[in-house]
Design a protein around this ligand. Structure first.
Ligand SMILES: [Zn+2]
Length: 747
């Protein structure tokens, strides 16, 4: 009863002040509206109940992003000062329940500056259980204690005088797997605004609407509360599989570790990107690049820059560096794809009838297109070859001949149908459409150049979606990363079914190209990608990059020694269930033109992903294949990389190692990969241990790099894509200064 009266009293006091200013007329019938309006001025009586931002889960329901409920303890000094009986019992309560320093609190409550404050945060980020301890204290009834009526009454009154303390609820976003899939999941700032990734693309769906508790006086002047429940945000079930994502990220990190140096910011290549797709649905199973970051601490760039470097950055450089780190290479960057585009040219040529299975071609090492000589990778020529071997040999001359037969109109038609030059519409922000020629810009030289994947740019998601189409029977599925939307109770609101947008090529064309790609891996340029036991197929790419360094003497030219190497492959080739695309952009090595960097990364990832996906080995694993790949039988299950079988040898300290082997760098190492001292490989290629024992072991180190002819004069991509400029979709261009201010680092 006393509380009710107090509420009335507080209400009247405040009401008098506020209402005189704010409300011009009041009628009896509008009493409730009036009360509600007044009380909404008070944080104490009109409290926001925050909504919970929805979770982001992987395809199996593993939580990748979540929001947890916490409370800040708030002191309403005005309430406490409204009655001299409140101060001491309230201080006692805070000391007894939470051990707070009463002197400090007393100063805060009585100080001229804060005495009328209604909102002083005195304890942060408390759990619900912690807040309930105060409720229990206030509501203690002492009936279990042996007290006189008088004593008990005094205690009850004291507890009822604990006033002006309340708990302000809020949700805190966190990411249980830290940096896992960071460039895809993205993060939200403290105001629940998604800054990058899924958090950004689906921002409004993840967010909800706040609820509110209103206190008001009913017609009998009784204090009542009404509650409007918050509407929580939707939970998104993504297409990602965190196990596959972890495998992919493990090998990207291993690559960075192997080839990274201080000068390269510890990256093994300027960019490494990997996308894993289900070709029969367009679902992205994993997507990663080598610029991941901690989603729980997204402004931390210490893995890339020293403290001094970060301090020296001006605002623009700082923002650019953050955007670079957060950017999703697989979606937001475009580059010339190189030979991984050849299967798409061949499929298009088969579909429009320009070529047929079994057609014969001749490669003399180069081809004169109007006035430009364009080289094949094999400058001595591949000689006579069938359409299949145009792919198997990755022959530029055959591809140029094929595209000439198609003609410019047909070539551009298929480029368009396969969505090059347009966004795929993947549900991620910042998708680049790439740049392609239109009819007015394309002549014979550009056509020839584009046939083997140079002279236009693509994103990884464009290439893997088009490749999946070519091998899955010809169906172009919309690529996507979210498969299901759930409400806060876990009930399905929407299911995102695989969506076939078009069928660019027939199933018979698809089946022929699958056969060509299988041969390319078994007998052609893709042999290092082979996954022992599995029927894989795929295509290598080694694209000569154009120098874009401002002020460089070779600006705008090719043949600068910079390459983007790649491999795209699928399994099993009689009914592909998974496609993996690996891009290694400017590997941090002397000779960049070697697609084996991408092939070996593909093989290591696939060796773990295939069994995880319940794909069963169907092919015999021969010793010959293992030697060719520099693997042991052990590695077939582990995905490692060795140049010899294991053997016994002594080191210079006389220790016998039972599991020594020669690694692919030609070093003699123990089972943990540590170099064994005192052992070497003699001139005859035999291992000699520290005691001079010659060990009979076959070593197979393939140090030859692919021969890649330079083509300094072939067509560059157009400056602006005709297709893209006709597309009015807004292209995201990273965060701005403003976003950063909004993001406001904690406190
Ligand atoms: Zn050739």
């Amino acid at each position: 009863m006393q509380i009710k009266l107090l509420a009335v009293f507080a209400f009247v006091l405040l009401g008098l002040v506020v209402l005189l200013i704010r409300i011009s007329f009041i009628t009896v019938t509008e009493g409730n509206t009036y009360a509600r309006k007044v009380l909404s001025q008070q944080s104490y009586d009109s409290q926001t109940i925050p909504y919970r931002r929805g979770e982001i889960q992987d395809r199996n329901g593993v939580t990748l992003a979540k929001s947890d409920l916490y409370y800040n303890m708030i002191l309403d000094c005005a309430i406490i000062n409204s009655d001299s009986d409140y101060l001491e019992p309230t201080l006692t309560a805070l000391e007894e329940v939470y051990g707070l320093d009463t002197d400090k609190l007393r100063t805060l409550i009585l100080d001229e500056e804060t005495a009328s404050s209604r909102y002083q945060i005195i304890q942060k980020r408390m759990t619900r259980a912690e807040t309930e301890r105060l409720d229990a204290y206030v509501n203690e009834d002492f009936s279990d204690q042996n007290l006189s009526e008088e004593e008990r009454g005094e205690l009850l009154e004291e507890r009822s005088n604990v006033q002006g303390v309340w708990f302000d609820a809020f949700y805190e976003r966190s990411y249980p797997y830290d940096s896992l899939a960071s460039n895809v999941v993205g993060f939200a700032n403290d105001e629940d605004t998604g800054v990058v990734g899924i958090e950004n693309y689906y921002n409004s769906m993840l967010n909800g609407t706040n609820g509110r508790i209103y206190g008001y006086l009913n017609s009998d002047l009784e204090y009542e509360k009404t509650t409007i429940e918050p509407e929580h945000g939707y939970t998104l079930v993504t297409t990602l599989d965190m196990n596959i994502q972890e495998i992919v990220e493990k090998y990207i990190a291993e690559f960075d570790e192997e080839y990274g140096t201080e000068d390269s910011d510890y990256k093994g290549a300027a960019n490494v990107g990997v996308v894993v797709m289900d070709p029969n649905s367009g679902e992205i199973l994993a997507m990663a690049c080598n610029s991941s970051f901690d989603l729980n601490d997204p402004y931390d760039m210490s893995s890339l820059y020293s403290g001094a470097e970060i301090k020296a950055m001006d605002n623009t450089t700082y923002v650019d560096a953050l955007n670079d780190m957060w950017s999703n290479f697989c979606v937001s960057e475009s580059y010339e794809p190189g030979s991984v585009f050849k299967p798409i040219t061949v499929a298009s040529a088969l579909e429009c009838g320009a070529v047929h299975d079994g057609d014969a071609f001749y490669c003399g090492g180069n081809l004169l297109i109007t006035d430009t000589v364009i080289n094949c990778d094999n400058i001595y020529g591949h000689g006579d070859e069938t359409l299949e071997y145009a792919i198997v040999n990755s022959c530029n001359v055959a591809l140029m001949t094929i595209s000439a037969r198609m003609g410019i109109s047909n070539f551009l038609y298929y480029q368009n149908v396969f969505n090059f030059g347009y966004q795929t519409g993947i549900d991620l922000p910042g998708e680049t459409p790439g740049v392609v020629y239109d009819k007015s810009g394309m002549n014979e030289v550009e056509l020839a150049t584009c046939s083997f994947g140079q002279g236009f740019t693509v994103s990884m998601v464009q290439e893997i979606t088009a490749f999946s189409t070519v091998i899955n029977g010809g169906y172009y599925y919309q690529p996507h990363v979210v498969r299901q939307v759930l409400d806060s109770e876990g009930t399905e609101v929407k299911s995102i079914e695989p969506l076939v947008l078009k069928q660019p090529v027939s199933s018979s064309v698809s089946s022929l190209v699958r056969q060509y790609l299988t041969t390319a891996v078994q007998k052609g340029t893709g042999q290092k990608s082979q996954v022992p036991g599995y029927l894989t197929g795929g295509k290598t790419g080694t694209a000569e990059k154009i120098d874009l360094e401002p002020g460089s003497s070779t600006l705008g030219q090719r043949a600068t020694g910079k390459y983007l190497v790649s491999f795209i492959g699928a399994c099993p080739m009689d009914d592909p269930q998974v496609v993996i695309y690996v891009v290694v952009d400017e590997p941090n090595v002397d000779q960049q033109a070697d697609s084996s960097y991408a092939q070996i990364l593909f093989r290591k990832i696939a060796t773990e992903v295939f069994p995880y996906m319940d794909l069963y080995p169907t092919e015999e694993v021969t010793q010959e294949l293992l030697w060719k790949l520099g693997l042991t039988e052990d590695d077939v299950v582990k995905g490692g990389s060795r140049a010899s079988a294991t053997f016994q040898c002594f080191d210079s300290y006389g220790t016998l190692h039972n599991d020594a082997y020669v690694n692919t760098d030609g070093e003699i190492v123990d089972g943990d990969g540590n170099v064994i001292e005192g052992c070497y490989i003699n001139d005859e290629g035999h291992v000699v241990d520290a005691y001079g024992n010659v060990i009979d072991v076959t070593i197979d180190i393939d140090t030859t790099t692919e021969e890649v002819a330079e083509n300094p004069n072939i067509a560059s991509p157009p400056n602006e894509s005709a297709a893209a400029s006709a597309d009015d979709t807004t292209v995201w261009s990273g965060v701005t200064d403003e976003d950063l201010e909004d993001a406001g680092e904690d406190e």
